[in-house]
Structures are given as structure tokens and as C-alpha cells.
Write a protein that binds this ligand. Structure first.
Ligand SMILES: *Cc1c(COP(=O)(O)O)cnc(C)c1O
Length: 476
């Protein structure tokens, strides 16, 4: 057996898998019991005997693909997971095959250069200065942005908040943290923010919650109250975190006003745009991020709205010094410190071995162009609004908020329990994989419209299906 013949088997199986998924020939979700999957895939025997190539590989792959949750299926309206464009998936293959860990330049000059370039592209979209491409310009030391690609938004948030903590408590790296550090964030922030607070020694109790309106977005006029509460407790904020947009219902905080507040009070402003920063690529919707350039740091995931396979996220900084000092170790980020024609990224990241994440994103960008990705985002945002308008016309349904991205939260008349029963029933039937969320005290069904093949007709069919299930449900 050889690479070429096995690769052909894999590609043929994936093509069939893709066609079955987009044309809804197979259920979007099919959860068999773990024990059964392990047995069916013959895992034990293969480990014992080896030989998983050729015909065995084809059989195994058939079985394996049948156990997946199909993101390419138009009824996939579940989590914030990219429906990857195939060129991005080929990027995963190329990166896996060449395996250039690229934390140091000599272990991946091409991968490092593409990451540097892609980070600069993102910085420019935010409205920040991209980093210089050669040491001469770097030596002039003009203010410019910086950033690093991370394995996910969770690590991107942690990186940004670590840099923020270093500004307020630079001694923390050596001495451990002082006990007066706090964080300002709305309760709607992603749970990775609370985790970061815990990891950075602030503690989850050190998070001072910001008040929000009926859309779940921060009320700028109430910011001062939260800051005073924090200061009255004798604390110092390492940062204020805002959402662009929030995970639950997808709404955007007013970044411009919050940015002004942070500037006035000398507070690090972190924007969590893991999901919603991609709207920067759309002329029609980039207004949702008005004021983002006032931030000190921004998290932006490519593996959510940029059709890029997991993982690929960015932790971006208006001022490159902040990321360069985040890990406070001997940094050879400057071109001339080592006699090499590029730079090492290992000083800017939690990780030591680091995948060539940028290649996946770049192969998508290169194929679709930034315009193509912008159009995809507009299509998904528009579909969310059309779905919302449709649901609003149904007397037995209500929505949590008017969507500001591709997330739609709604419920059918009845109890919280009823919403959960409906989700369970849909998943058990293998029709429509959706999630649920709790928002302002109520349980909602939640659609995340990631799939470019999901249509308004699919959404209308879903609503009718939910109604039918609800009619048949006997609740205890
Ligand atoms: C998804 C998400 C995260 C976490 O990012 P991962 O890439 O899943 O680690 C953080 N913040 C927000 C707002 C998100 O939507």
C-alpha cells in the first residue's frame, strides 16, 4: 500500500460523504453508544494486528464517517463550528504531512511567513497598523499591531488577558499576583473569560459584572457604577471585556462607547470577537464592530465564520509590545537578534510545538478571496434576519432578540422543559441538529446558521416540525 492509493481512498470517501451530507441523504446527527462505536470500528483488532490501509482503510472510513455529526448537512444549525471550505481541509492535510511546528523560523519559514502575513491582514481589517516586513522598518520602532494564531479562541482570550494583567501587575510573572486584581465583564461573556480569570489568579469572584440591556449587550451609561463598585472594594481592573458578538444570542456590545470609557479610565479594553469579528469583512455588517479599533486586544476565530477547519484563532493587539512582553521571557522577536532571515513566534504563545495554523485559513482566503468570505457572512446574517421575520409571524413562537449575526434564539409557547424535549426529539429523529441556551431567565432553542447550504425553506420546515412535535408531546 502507498500514500497515493490510500489518499485516493480517503478523498473518494470524503467526496461521497460530502455529497450525501449536502443532499440530506443521511441524518445530520446519529449518536450511537460509545461502546458500540468502539466495537463496530474494530479498534482493538487493528491495534493488535495493524494493517489499516487499502481495503481495510476504506471499510474503516465508511464506518467512521457514519458516526460523525455532519456539518455539511443543511440541517446542521448547531454549534459555532465552521463548515469548512474544502481548500482549508486540504490545508490541514498539507500541514499534517509536512509537520512544520514553526514556533521557530527554521522549523517552518513558509508557515511563519504566512502566519505573519495573515495576522497583518487581520490587523488591517481591525483598523490597526500591520507589523513591518523587514528589520529595517522594525528598527524604526513605529507603533504597530501584533498578534499570534492560537489553537482556539479560549487560548486567544487567555493570551490577551495575560498581556493585560502584565500591564497592571508587571511583577506578577516573577512574584505571583497581588490580591487586588479584578476584571470587568458582562455575565454574557463566554465561559473562557471566567476560566482565564481563574487561571490568571484573579478568581471567578474577581469578575465584576457589567449591566446589560434586553439584548444582553453592555449598557455604557452603567459602566461607571461597576467601576466604582470594584474600586470601593479596593480593587484594580486588569481589563474590561466586551463581546462582538456574544455566544448566546449573537448580539454586539457598543464598542465605541465602551472604548471611550476605557480610554478615559485607563482600562485595558479586550473585545471577544471569536464569533463575530468576521463581520469586519462585510461592508453591510461591519458597522456592528464600530469602535473596535479602540480596543487593546481582540480575539478572532477563523474556525467559526471563516470557513476554516478547527483550530485557527487569532489573539490580536493594537500595540505589538503587549504581545511581545506577555510571556516576559527572553524574546528574540526582532529580526536581527538571531542571524536568521525571519522571526521566531515561540515567545508569543503558550504553546511550544505549534501547528501551521495560518495555512488552513490562507487556503480558504486564497480560494474564495476576502470578498467571497464577506459575501458568505452577509448571506448567513441575512438568513438569520429572514428566519427571525418568519418566526415572528408565527403566533405560537417568540424570539429572544432581533438577530445581529447568524444566531437565532426562539421558543414555542410553553415551558422551558418543552423546549428541551423538542431538541431531544429532533436529535433523536436525526433531523436538525440545534442547540439551546438560557437567556434572561428563559430557555430558548438556538440556531447557529453556519452552513452556506441552509435555506429559509429549511428553517420554515424546522418550525413546522417543531410544531408537530409539540402537539404530540406529553409533558410530566
Ligand atoms: C466560541 C467562543 C469562544 C471560544 O473559542 P474557541 O475557539 O471555541 O476556544 C470565546 N468567545 C466567544 C464569544 C465565542 O463565541
Amino acid at each position: 500500500m502507498s500514500f497515493l492509493s490510500d489518499a485516493e481512498i480517503v478523498v473518494a470517501a470524503l467526496e461521497k460523504y460530502y455529497q450525501e451530507s449536502v443532499s440530506s441523504q443521511q441524518p445530520v446527527i446519529n449518536q450511537e453508544p460509545l461502546e458500540q462505536i468502539i466495537e463496530k470500528l474494530n479498534l482493538d483488532a487493528y491495534i493488535h494486528d495493524g494493517g489499516l490501509t487499502g481495503k481495510s482503510l476504506a471499510d474503516f472510513l465508511d464506518q467512521y464517517l457514519a458516526t460523525t455529526t455532519r456539518v455539511h448537512h443543511p440541517e446542521f444549525v448547531g454549534h459555532q463550528v465552521a463548515v469548512p471550505y474544502y481548500t482549508g481541509a486540504l490545508g490541514s492535510l498539507i500541514d499534517g504531512f509536512t509537520n512544520n511546528p514553526m514556533g521557530v523560523y527554521e522549523l517552518g519559514p513558509g508557515a511563519t511567513s504566512i502566519e505573519y502575513f495573515v495576522v497583518n491582514w487581520m490587523l488591517e481589517k481591525v483598523g490597526w497598523q500591520p507589523a513591518p516586513l523587514n528589520s529595517q522598518v522594525a528598527a524604526e520602532n513605529r507603533l504597530h499591531g501584533g498578534g499570534i494564531l492560537t489553537h482556539g479562541g479560549t487560548l486567544a482570550n487567555l493570551t490577551a488577558l495575560l498581556a493585560a494583567r502584565n500591564q497592571v501587575a508587571p511583577e506578577a510573572w516573577e512574584m505571583g499576583i497581588p490580591h487586588d486584581l479584578a476584571l470587568l465583564a458582562p455575565a454574557e461573556a463566554h465561559y473562557s473569560i471566567a476560566r482565564a480569570a481563574a487561571i490568571l489568579g484573579i478568581g471567578q469572584k474577581g469578575i465584576y459584572q457589567l449591566e446589560v440591556d434586553e439584548n444582553g449587550t453592555i449598557l455604557p451609561e452603567r459602566l461607571m457604577l461597576a467601576l466604582e463598585r470594584l474600586q470601593n472594594d479596593g480593587k484594580r481592573p486588569i481589563a474590561l471585556v466586551a463581546n462582538a458578538g456574544q455566544t448566546g444570542v449573537g448580539t454586539y456590545d457598543p464598542l465605541e462607547e465602551i472604548g471611550e470609557f476605557c480610554h478615559t479610565h485607563h482600562i485595558w479594553f479586550h473585545v471577544d470577537g471569536a464569533h463575530g469579528a468576521s463581520a469586519l469583512l462585510s461592508e453591510k455588517y461591519r458597522h456592528s464592530l464600530r469602535g473596535v479599533e479602540k480596543a487593546d486586544s481582540l480575539t478572532w476565530d477563523a474556525h467559526k465564520m471563516l470557513r476554516t477547519p478547527s483550530l485557527c484563532a487569532a489573539s490580536l493587539f493594537r500595540d505589538h509590545h503587549h504581545i511581545e512582553s506577555a510571556f516576559q521571557q527572553e524574546a528574540s522577536y526582532l529580526f536581527h537578534e538571531k542571524n536568521q532571515p525571519g522571526i521566531d513566534l515561540v515567545h508569543l504563545t503558550f504553546e511550544c510545538t505549534k501547528a501551521g495554523l495560518a495555512l488552513k485559513l490562507f487556503l480558504v482566503l486564497g480560494a474564495l478571496g476576502e470578498r467571497g468570505l464577506g459575501e458568505y457572512i452577509e448571506r448567513q446574517w441575512d438568513l438569520a434576519l429572514r428566519t427571525y421575520e418568519y418566526i415572528k409571524q408565527q403566533p405560537d413562537f417568540e424570539c429572544a432578540v432581533r438577530p445581529q449575526s447568524n444566531i437565532v434564539c426562539f421558543r414555542i409557547t410553553g415551558s422551558d422543559q418543552k423546549q428541551l424535549h423538542i431538541r431531544d426529539a429532533l436529535i433523536a429523529q436525526g433531523h436538525f441538529y440545534l442547540t439551546s441556551t438560557s437567556f434572561q431567565g428563559k430557555r430558548y432553542l438556538r440556531l447557529t446558521l453556519m452552513n452556506p447550504d441552509t435555506t429559509i425553506e429549511d428553517m420554515q420546515r424546522l418550525i413546522n416540525m417543531i410544531r408537530k412535535i409539540a402537539e404530540g408531546i406529553v409533558l410530566d
